[in-house]
Design a protein around this ligand. Structure first.
Ligand code: SF4
Ligand code: SF4
Length: 337
């Protein structure tokens, strides 16, 4: 397994890390077991966030008494000093620690600079020893490029998978040139990619630390198996990736949910990518009465446009939903597969 040095932070860990968003959805006992098994299997870097309900508490419980053996990053969505301090103190309490290895501004809409008090909050927290390194996460490529150019942050977290564009790959390379750590979120592109080996092979070509979102022991086992059997890019892997890229590239929804809630109660993060999900997972799961009702809600879209303003990928959501519904109805009618 390759190790990744996260730029000037000096943090050096195996290129196989744990994204702790999905452990919100399992019991504390299951989450703690998953996290400890991840550590026992070789993972050393764990990313959580104030916004992931009880994820930090679970991470704190799992690594109590062994804090210095792992690297932990967390995120805040704060935009004011008061909220920043409240979030950071809560995070440290939840994680049962007195420092974070990396503290990140979470999913920012623009690059915050020295002129913004929220950036100064990070600098102050670092001086106080509460955080060791300053990081940031973004979903929009233009914002991410501004962040790298600013030279103010030690790490950048950004979506990166084998559906990446040339511009995304250039971003990863520019982080390397700037000696900035690159943390790759959404390595499975929000569940659209299902071949973990191909995802790992792709990642192994870059100086990127993937934080795989893990909810089940079976998923963890797949990632841990790469410690034993190292994966590199081969012609077979390239063929899998090429096929998926042909099928999936273009206007596609990553399932992140940032566009929600919808005025018409449409489950956008599933319905806007139904055409892909239904062809990539057992289709029966998506043809149940429940999903038929959810898909039909698309007809009640009032075109308010709120979702469009929130989507970090600037998708034309109302039209994307309509296309998915049309396709879904054709599948139901047996006119399409
Ligand atoms: S435009 Fe349609 S899909 Fe988007 S929030 Fe409004 S009602 Fe929901
Ligand atoms: S439409 Fe955009 S914001 Fe909404 S789930 Fe998909 S990618 Fe995320």
């Amino acid at each position: 397994m390759r190790t990744i040095r996260l730029g000037k932070t000096g943090i050096t860990v195996p290129q196989n890390a744990f994204g702790a968003l999905p452990i919100q959805r399992v019991s504390e006992e299951e989450a703690v077991s998953l996290l400890r098994n991840a550590y026992d299997g070789g993972m050393r870097f764990f990313d959580t966030a104030r916004a992931y309900s009880d994820s930090e508490i679970k991470v704190g419980k799992a690594f109590e008494g062994m804090r210095e053996k792992v690297f932990i990053s967390s995120n805040t969505q704060a935009t004011t000093r008061e909220k920043f301090e409240e979030d950071l103190n809560t995070t440290l309490t939840n994680l049962k620690t007195d420092y974070l290895d990396i503290y990140q501004l979470h999913c920012v809409a623009r690059c915050y600079t020295e002129e913004d008090d929220i950036f100064q909050c990070l600098v102050d927290a670092k001086q106080q020893g509460k955080i060791r390194h300053i990081g940031i996460t973004a979903h929009k490529i233009g914002v991410a490029e501004d962040i790298v150019k600013s030279g103010l942050y030690e790490t950048l977290q950004f979506p990166f998978s084998y559906l990446a564009s040339e511009r995304d790959i250039a971003l990863v390379n520019s982080c390397k040139e700037a000696d900035m750590g690159f943390i790759a979120m959404k390595g499975l592109s929000g569940g659209l990619l299902t071949d973990s080996k191909a995802c790992m092979a792709f990642m192994s070509q870059y100086d990127a630390l993937p934080i795989w979102g893990i909810q089940r022991q079976s998923e963890l086992d797949e990632w841990l198996s790469f410690f034993e059997n190292e994966v590199t890019m081969t012609d077979d892997m390239k063929a899998v990736i090429e096929k998926d890229r042909e099928e999936l590239l273009g206007e596609f929804c990553r399932g992140c949910g940032y566009c929600m809630p919808c005025t018409a109660d449409i489950m956008i993060n599933q319905c806007a990518r139904m055409s892909q999900m239904i062809r990539r997972a057992p289709s029966q799961n998506w043809l149940t009465d429940f999903w038929q009702k959810e898909m039909l809600k698309i007809d009640s879209c009032v075109e308010c446009g709120i979702c469009r303003t929130r989507c970090p990928y600037e998708l034309d959501i109302p039209n994307l939903l309509k296309k998915n519904l049309k396709d879904y109805k054709e599948i139901l009618a047996g006119k399409s597969v």
